[in-house]
Ligand binder design. Sequence first.
Ligand code: NAP
Length: 332
Amino acid sequence: MKALQCVELGMPDKLEVNEVPDPEVLPEHVLIENKAASVNFPDVLMIQGLYQFQPELPFTPGGESAGIISAVGDGVNDLKVGDRVFAMTGLGAFSEKIVVPQHTVVKIPDSMGFETAAALPMTYGTSLYALKQRADLKEGETLLVLGAAGGVGLATVELGKAMGARVIAAASTQEKVDLCKKHGADEGFVYPTGKLDKDQQKLLSTFIKELTGGLGANVVYDPVGGDYSEPCIRATAWDGRYLVIGFAAGEIPKIPTNLMLLKGMKMIGVFWGAWVGMFPEENKKNFEELFQLHSDGKINPEVSDSFSLDDGAKAIAHLKDRKAKGKVIIRV
Ligand SMILES: NC(=O)c1ccc[n+]([C@@H]2O[C@H](COP(=O)([O-])OP(=O)(O)OC[C@H]3O[C@@H](n4cnc5c(N)ncnc54)[C@H](OP(=O)(O)O)[C@@H]3O)[C@@H](O)[C@H]2O)c1
């Protein structure tokens, strides 16, 4: 079978599409014929050796895929050959076939296409967990989303709206902001790119406060980090919740803790993958809720670009170069 392989660490142009042996199904595992896989920021980091978990070379990146089960191992009871599923694979999804443990596989509704299914688990899974279990977002609250047109960002815009919040989308271009509005954001603004100086940070903070009637946002969803975090914390409301999601800007910010004290606010870490490992049943319920929201038309994962497996390296470069809007898919 064909697989996109990382044979040496570096930029996406170092990736190779190679013929590799078909994987064999194991006990309590299933074999999936992949139809679509989606690109996530950890793929960009992993191929450069910058991720928190680093597989040995050579490896096939790809944290999630959707397809059809073509074989099941001993001890698999709830899944069968022919089931349409998505899988949270961690690694290996950018390939024609993959063997994964049964507990990482979820049956998808008949009405859901494979590209949508591949685009859903990590982004919507993370964002629902963040807004519901971590921030306890309430109807009528203001939700500020940074990097709002990215994978987790756009999922948060839609989920925030579905939960009854007033959603403010922040992104680096007007085109990205417009896309967020199409997905339900009530308002949006363009923030500057590159290193932000103190004046730009102050302007950002003042602007957000003005947008929120001087009160600040009740919940801030931050997958960007870097120079954007502190001004947004300064523009968080009393009793606000600041969700630490990731650091797409490349820098982990250092925050003065007096800001938490002065605002009676909480800074909340969100590590969806670890939570899924500890509370798989809770996560299953979240997926059921996501399927319902999808069938009610309240969420609609945006697949902005799709690439063939042969062009898989271009898909990862697209995300790395900040060009992605919503999700980038690799068709298998
Ligand atoms: N905590 C968790 O459980 C969890 C789960 C999934 C993902 N994450 C993290 O969330 C972050 C976003 O992941 P994603 O898959 O949504 O990625 P993505 O689709 O690439 O979105 C990231 C967004 O960050 C913004 N950004 C700002 N500076 C950037 C830079 N220097 N390079 C690239 N993007 C930059 C971009 O929006 P603008 O151009 O509009 O600024 C981009 O749309 C990553 O750090 C990822 O590791 C965390």
